[in-house]
Design a binder for this molecule. Structure first.
Ligand code: ATP
Ligand code: MG
Length: 326
């Protein structure tokens, strides 16, 4: 038998739970708006609203582990920055995330503060010696929920050493799939940081992933390299990994004050449509400073606009991974 509903609660909607999503939205909307003549105050108020809406929010969990490779063969477009900050943001949303550093530069390992000097086991050992991924993974001390399989310098040799190896394109996929299948608590997300090239390492990441996540820097020629990447993705899909799809595009280092950035953004949205996240990442000194403190911006300066943007982007990604969300 169901409990009787009291007269009071029968006709009144329940007050939003404090700290619940509705409560956050209500408080954020209640913040007074500012007029256009005070841009700084306006920005602060807007950031305060975004912070209220996002901080402490628990993201939806995907039904199975989502494996994304962050790829763009153009150098310096924000691949690593995006990989580590989206990983940290997803973890701050309550999810378990494994970052696989497949770039010999080891920048993702640095930003996550994990050891990756010569004596440390890393992705090289996984690819060349079939070491278990579980045996090279380290915890990221700054962000609970994030783990990382580091890249050491010897990984640069793998590009050539892999050439004669049997099933050389499938090495990373096998390692990740075996790890996910055998883990007591598998990660909700595996995010792979790939190098700025289309060699065997990048090929391994495209075969291992189910989704390609392309960061695009808002500058001249932004789309030129992407055309080549799209061709490679198509070839991989036809020959090696039929499950692969470009699922996500993120505009990085966006400077809203310039006409160029707006033009590039419009062009990217025309080409990729709904794959482009609504959130874009602003050019921000705090974002670029964070790695030198062995941190992501999500812990280095969580209230900065860069961190907020990555949190918004992560929430969009999480929403898209769950049926029922648009
Ligand atoms: P590579 O191709 O060498 O691997 P990448 O595509 O991984 O490069 P990043 O290393 O993430 O690119 O970024 C390149 C540079 O731009 C770095 O110095 C980084 O700190 C800086 N950067 C990335 N995103 C931003 C941002 N939103 N604001 C300011 N600087 C940024
Ligand atoms: Mg990089």
């Amino acid at each position: 038998m169901t409990a009787p509903v009291s007269r009071e609660t029968e006709h009144q909607p329940a007050a939003p739970e404090r700290d619940g999503d509705e409560w956050r939205d209500a408080v954020a909307s209640a913040l007074p708006s500012t007029d256009d003549e005070t841009p700084l105050a306006q920005e602060l108020a807007s950031d305060a609203r975004r912070r209220l809406r996002l901080h402490g929010r628990v993201f939806d969990r995907p039904e199975t582990t989502r494996i994304l490779t962050v790829a763009n063969q153009k150098g310096g477009v924000g691949k690593t920055t995006t990989a580590v900050n989206i990983a940290a943001a997803l973890a701050q949303g309550g999810l378990r995330v494994l970052v696989v550093d497949a770039d010999p530069q080891g920048n993702a390992s640095t930003a996550l503060g994990v050891e990756h000097h010569g004596d440390v086991a890393g992705i090289y050992d996984v690819l060349m010696d079939e070491m278990d991924l579980a045996d090279v993974i380290q915890e990221c001390a700054e962000v609970p929920g994030v783990t990382c399989a580091p890249a050491t310098l010897d990984l640069s040799g793998a590009e050539i050493e892999l050439v004669p190896v049997v099933a050389r394109e499938y090495r990373l996929r096998r390692a990740i799939d075996r790890f996910v299948a055998g883990a007591a608590e598998p990660p909700h997300y595996v995010i792979i940081d790939s190098p700025p090239s289309l060699g065997l390492l990048t090929l391994n990441t495209l075969v291992a992933a189910r989704e390609v996540f392309i960061p695009i820097q808002c500058e001249y020629y932004a789309l030129e390299g992407v055309t080549q990447l799209m061709r490679t993705v198509e070839l991989v899909k036809q020959n090696l990994n039929p499950d692969l799809d470009v699922s996500t595009v993120l505009l990085t280092m966006f400077d809203g004050r310039t006409r160029l950035a707006a033009d590039v953004a419009a062009q990217v949205r025309e080409v990729f449509g709904a794959k482009v996240l609504s959130a874009s990442i602003p050019r921000s000194v705090r974002v670029s400073e964070a790695p030198s403190h062995l941190q992501t911006v999500m812990t280095y300066d969580p209230t900065s606009s860069g961190a907020l943007s990555y949190l918004e982007a992560a929430q969009e990604i999480a929403n898209r991974g769950v049926p029922g969300h648009e």
